[in-house]
Design a protein around this ligand. Sequence first.
Ligand code: ADE
Length: 259
Amino acid sequence: MLIKFTIITLFPEALRPYLDSSMLYKAQDRGIIGVEYVNLRDFGLGPHKSVDDTPYGGGDGMLLRCEPIFAAIESIKQQSPEAEVILPTPVGMVWNQALARQFAVVGSYGAPGAYSGTAEPTDQGLTTNAPGEPSTAAKRHFVILCPHYEGYDERILTLVDHQISIGNYVLTGGELPALIIIDSITRLLPGVLGGATSAEIESFSEGENLEYPQYTKPAEFRGMAVPEVLLSGHHGKIAEWRTEQSRQRTASRQKSENL
Ligand code: ADE
């Protein structure tokens, strides 16, 4: 396994349908990533398994308390001391493709040869571990702590390695950010996407350039024709056209962002 994601959440049922579909399902099925859910409620206090309380100093809503969060993370870290804790929060660093790429870098953490079943990146390209080799430790382990309610006690930040915002707007909880973070990291891992280069040529892979427009059959649909150059078979001209389209798209998007 390359990356293990442990998600601490009060709402695992909100996450499962997405993570158990399509490419993220395949990435788990192929042993490239592992996903584990920890229900924060299991670490709640008292007979009601309480996880939140009112803010000191007054104010609206409830905050997640320290005790359940510390207990949940400490129990994970006991097994996996190198795990990195991510906190989705609107005050965090804004997530982008460059960060996704950094988080998808898998170093030497974990038992050597722990990754098995599918292709493993090496200096020589992709190799496969011997069949039957145990797949236990991940090379990188992210614990994503999903806040909910109005927020959290600030003291939990002492446990956190990465505070991540997925954009300048406010959501009701950390579950959607967790899905976005996991999805954007996983698709960059070797063996997840079909084409070897599809992750490389896509939007944002080259710095902040957007991808050129693409077309498939039919060549004409309801009067809309595929650009002639793409049917020409002339690879040089096609590459040139794509580069230019990508440049134009990037420039016009940057303009609209400055409105
Ligand atoms: N929690 C609430 N809003 C968020 C955002 N924009 N990014 C990350 N976590 C959040």
